[in-house]
Design a protein around this ligand. Structure first.
Ligand code: HEC
Ligand code: HEC
Ligand code: HEC
Ligand code: HEC
Ligand code: HEC
Ligand code: HEC
Ligand code: HEC
Ligand code: HEC
Length: 481
């Protein structure tokens, strides 16, 4: 009995001692910590290791502009305290459908980009212009892609299987379904019951109506810049045969050196100095990071928009095409009324896509990064090769499409769902797997993925197979008639 009382006393002493020592933690957050050190110790440890637990908004706002990580002077945020549990989980509580009464606080579970925007408005604004923020609607609002989902999953996919498949990466819709009383370590408490959760897909629709999950690259509760700068983070979604960016990077020269030298790369400094902090680029370097030279001159600004360095959309829909002007792609319509940025015969649906001038501007931004380590001629030759690849892979997509159009015309395949018959699936693989693979290899340097590993060999072989399969279908029809 004495031992038991002693233990409780000791625990009480430890909590109060640690809390009162940390003046810069708000009273509200101290209350959260007193229970959450027991109920969710991992979350508290992650938070303690993060810069949020160590930096007050005031300190952060005083940093010089290149290393400043907060972009708001909002009066919403108290500036003399560190960013604790309460600062995130009770912010904007009236906007959140998942807000619940929790031990005297109005807490919400899904801290959203809108909450982060209180202090990081620049990142959130940029991210909202990114394809990733629209990834849910781009898939779910496009009637053509609904057919692709159906032909990829079971014949009538239910919400749970969609959430487990396409929406695992693209993002789910998180909704409050009910309230439930649970028996916790500290007695009975009531919590909201969420559907479409957990999920950290990039275009997730949150209970406050905002889009995206910053946790897809900055997992909670370390919210670390270091994790986001490493290629492993992107591998979660950019890996499959349709989107092989990570696989291509792993076997590229940049990837080889990264994996050998990882321990010598500085992932913590802001801004990153080319040549000093890093000598080979990672995904983040080429697509997101602020990079400066040794005199702190800016080589390229940071951007969470990410497409402002991308001239081409090399992910063929169904051909590689200039980048869309607006990231909500479901509103694009081609001449046939399909929500695609290209016609089936390869012409671009220009009114929805950026201009040649816009493309040049974006490509020049990307080239600036290369030129921080390579010569101009190395860089120019690289891009000539890349442009040639776009041309040849689009040509081979057209050749496969002509075979499919013939099958439709001769009524040996039926176009209402263009993804569900054998010859149609062969066609899908032509642009979705093989043409994409060749282009990703050409853009980011993994030669095998451009040749024998789902590359040019398959582009050729597939055309042959499609031709022979069409002949077989035509002959079968002849015999039947
Ligand atoms: C009296 C103790 C206590 C206090 C104070 C407390 N919590 Fe909790 N909290 C709990 C317990 C217990 C759970 C349930 C853990 C579980 O599901 O096993 C919980 C769960 C949660 C959840 C997850 C809910 C879910 O359904 O997934 C969040 C988010 C949360 N708390 C945030 C906070 C925040 C923020 C504060 C401070 C403003 C706070 N809590 C204060 C005890 C407390
Ligand atoms: C910088 C903002 C921020 C801070 C600070 C923060 N959280 Fe969170 N928390 C989040 C985000 C974002 C999520 C992920 C929500 C989702 O699923 O999208 C989350 C999720 C959670 C969850 C549910 C996740 C799970 O695995 O069950 C709990 C519980 C929680 N936080 C508790 C805490 C506690 C306790 C603290 C303080 C030690 C804290 N949070 C500090 C932003 C924050
Ligand atoms: C109330 C203000 C506030 C809110 C809300 C907030 N942050 Fe922060 N954030 C900060 C401060 C302060 C820093 C530290 C800046 C520094 O060290 O200069 C920071 C730093 C960061 C960093 C850099 C981490 C590193 O390793 O250098 C990331 C990433 C980040 N926050 C993401 C988020 C995300 C995601 C959310 C929402 C889930 C969020 N923050 C919510 C104030 C906030
Ligand atoms: C492992 C993660 C992941 C899964 C699972 C996934 N996708 Fe994607 N999807 C991506 C990525 C990454 C991109 C962007 C590729 C790029 O730009 O290189 C993308 C882009 C797309 C696009 C282009 C949308 C547009 O208009 O920009 C479509 C269509 C698509 N995916 C369909 C699907 C379908 C259908 C499923 C389920 C059968 C699915 N995806 C499952 C990661 C995923
Ligand atoms: C949780 C999944 C996920 C993670 C993690 C992820 N992405 Fe994405 N990314 C996507 C999806 C899905 C799309 C395509 C959305 C669409 O087309 O509608 C995409 C699109 C992109 C695009 C095209 C953006 C545009 O607007 O053109 C780039 C570039 C990109 N991702 C780079 C990265 C990098 C770099 C990382 C790692 C730092 C990363 N992604 C991490 C899922 C993810
Ligand atoms: C696709 C991956 C990805 C997503 C999603 C993402 N970030 Fe980032 N974020 C990064 C990368 C990579 C960096 C490092 C940039 C650099 O090196 O300059 C970064 C850096 C940051 C920083 C530190 C900036 C600085 O000045 O050092 C903040 C703050 C931040 N992100 C906030 C957010 C918020 C808020 C969201 C959600 C709207 C978000 N991020 C979503 C990849 C991502
Ligand atoms: C050396 C710089 C570099 C590195 C490193 C790099 N990329 Fe790229 N990435 C490019 C270039 C160049 C393009 C094509 C530019 C264009 O489309 O105009 C590209 C295209 C992409 C696209 C295609 C977007 C679209 O619209 O179709 C995605 C997604 C992408 N990269 C993700 C990644 C990921 C994930 C990694 C790390 C595993 C990575 N990149 C590493 C330079 C790089
Ligand atoms: C931070 C420095 C850095 C940046 C930025 C960078 N590279 Fe590299 N790159 C290297 C290094 C180092 C090598 C290895 C050179 C060698 O093989 O001797 C390399 C190798 C390459 C190779 C491999 C050549 C071969 O024959 O295997 C290509 C291609 C390449 N880079 C293209 C690019 C392009 C295109 C960009 C911009 C989109 C870029 N690099 C950005 C440092 C960089």
């Amino acid at each position: 009995m004495f031992k038991y009382i002693f233990r409780i006393f000791l625990l009480f002493f430890l909590f109060t001692a640690t809390s009162f020592a940390e003046d810069s933690i708000s009273v509200e957050t101290r209350a959260c910590l007193s229970c959450h050190r027991i109920v969710t110790p991992g979350i508290v440890k992650d938070w303690e290791a993060s810069v949020h637990s160590k930096t007050t908004l005031k300190e952060a706002l005083n940093k010089n502009s290149l290393s400043k990580k907060v972009s708001t002077n909002s009066t919403l945020a108290k500036d003399d305290i560190v960013i604790g549990c309460a600062e995130c989980h009770t912010a904007n509580s009236e906007l959140h459908k998942d807000t619940f009464e929790h031990n005297g606080f109005k807490v919400h579970i899904v801290v959203s980009p809108k909450d982060c925007a209180i202090c990081h408005s620049k990142e959130v604004e940029e991210y909202n212009k990114n394809l990733m923020a629209e990834a849910y609607g781009n898939l779910k609002d496009n009637p053509l892609y609904a057919k692709l989902i159906k032909s990829s999953l079971e014949p009538s996919p239910n919400t749970l299987s969609e959430n487990d498949a396409c929406l695992a990466c693209h993002g789910t819709k998180v909704e409050v379904k009910d309230k439930v009383v649970k028996n916790t370590m500290l007695g009975e408490m009531e919590f909201p019951l969420l559907s479409g959760w957990p999920n950290n897909g990039v275009g997730r629709i949150n209970p406050d109506g905002s889009k995206g999950a910053c946790t897809s690259c900055h997992p909670r509760h370390s919210f670390s810049i270091e994790i986001a700068r490493k290629p492993y983070t992107c591998s979660q979604c950019h890996k499959g045969p349709d989107v092989p960016a990570y696989k291509v990077y792993v076997v590229s020269k940049h990837g080889n050196i990264f994996y050998s030298e990882e321990k010598n790369i500085n992932f913590k400094n802001t801004p990153l100095k080319a040549g000093e902090d890093f000598r080979v680029p990672t995904c983040a370097t080429c697509h997101v990071s602020l990079i400066v030279d040794s005199n702190n001159n800016v080589i390229i600004e940071r951007s969470h928009q990410m497409n402002d360095r991308l001239a081409w959309r090399i992910f063929g829909l169904i051909y590689a095409h200039p980048h869309p002007k607006d990231s909500y792609t479901a509103k694009i319509k081609n001449k046939k009324g399909l929500s695609l940025p290209t016609e089936l015969t390869g012409e671009f649906v220009k009114e929805f896509l950026i201009s040649k001038r816009g493309m040049k501007k974006r490509e020049n931004k990307m080239k600036k990064i290369c030129i921080s380590c390579h010569s101009t001629s190395w860089t120019e030759n690289f891009f000539s090769k890349f442009h040639n690849t776009i041309k040849t892979t689009n040509e081979q997509t057209l050749e496969a499409t002509k075979i499919l159009l013939k099958a439709w015309e001769k009524s040996v395949a039926e176009p209402s769902n263009p993804f569900d018959e054998t010859i149609e699936k062969m066609w899908v693989e032509q642009w979705l797997f093989y043409a994409n693979s060749v282009r990703f290899a050409s853009a980011m340097g993994g030669a095998d993925y451009g040749v024998f590993e789902k590359g040019r060999w398959y582009l050729n072989k597939n055309i042959q197979n499609m031709k022979e399969w069409l002949m077989f279908l035509l002959k079968t029809k002849e015999v039947k008639n």
